[in-house]
Design a protein around this ligand. Sequence first.
Ligand SMILES: Cc1ncc(COP(=O)(O)O)c(C=O)c1O
Length: 438
Amino acid sequence: MTTVLGSSSAGTAGSAASGDLLRRRALTLGTHSPLFYDSPLAVRSASGVWLTSMDGVTYLDGYNNVPHVGHCHPYVVEAVHQQAKELNIHTRYLNDRVLDYAEQLLATFDQPLARLFLTNSGSEANELALRIARQHTGSTGVLVTDFSYHGNTTSLAELTTALPVREPLGAHVRALTVPDLDHENDAEEAVLARSLAQVDAAIASLQEEGHGLSALLFDPLFSTEGLPRLPRGYVTAVVERVRAAGGLVVADEVQSGFGRVGTCMWGHQIFEMVPDFVTLGKPMGNGHPMGGVITTAELLDEFGSNNLYFNTFAGNPVSAAAGLAVLKVMKAEQLADNAQSTGQLLRDNLAELADRHDFLGAAKGAGLFTGLEFVDAATGAPAPALAKQVVEAMLGRQVLISRIGRSDNMLKIRPPLPFTGKHVDILTDRLADCLAQL
Ligand SMILES: Cc1ncc(COP(=O)(O)O)c(C=O)c1O
């Protein structure tokens, strides 16, 4: 039996179903594979922006960005099903499906971004982009931001600044402190000048130590840092400095891509610049594992003439059918426009809540990627425990959200794109209720 939202007071927390799954999981996947919530949620099915638990409770999904056009979207499911019945094979044979996809995807980028490598994940995409940049520049130095995550390979672990990894930051890596005007006392120009001086120093130190500069790798939303409010001109000025030092620019759009930011299809377009690489992942196949690197014809040709790059699963026609279906649904349902208007509505509602509670900071973000900060009302210090309490309390009210930020003190609201005003109302009403009870 399915219980509609609001009519049940508890999820699967502590249920027999989740207890048994936890036990089996520990005995197979081990106990280190991360799970959300104090009492993890066991899910059975999903549709649109709704998830249903093993014990039949329906949850509003305010968190998941992989089911980009909505969980189990019927058009995507049917496209995958039809293609799986017809043909699934690697790219060493000619097939039109992957080319249809490549043409339609590339048409969404600005020139000179005109070529595509397909991969199976965001990690693979970043790994490949950095490998091409290294070969092109003959340098190894990489600039990343100070609380970022770009994937799970060895070379990406060496430049991970946000998650715990055993690998130390590589000697060839420098982490830039991303400025956030919501947390600065200085004037915007002063913050910008200080941040750019740090970039200059980082590049100089890479050069002095003989690494040179191969690439800047950044998430245009700076989502793990907590969606900072940047000084105007920050990103373009960093990019200019990287290029002047001979480095290439990689925009990691695993989080910010495919219309998530609302105003444009790709996060980097907010800054009116064109990177040398755009890396893709999560939302690309609506849950079907897909990733990619978009680059220029010159960079692809140079790399291709020195390396045989083959990827067994990437670019198979079933994946291509999933990717094509995502693009088609996005257009038909005007999901980028929806991300813009619904995201703004959400932030307006959150700003009203922030006026009522002095432990709430700014509502931040772009499109349908929103953060809401929790602070200690007396000291203004980050309040991660409060944010965690609210995430857990929202689970009890059948709404899924999470946390981000350097101090893990921001609510992370990043739903599938078919999230509408009706869903925003449910989420904000329930959040208001939680906050009133803190
Ligand atoms: C910004 C960013 N880049 C890359 C990745 C890695 O993608 P994947 O898990 O598909 O390898 C992630 C995953 O969380 C991500 O958030």
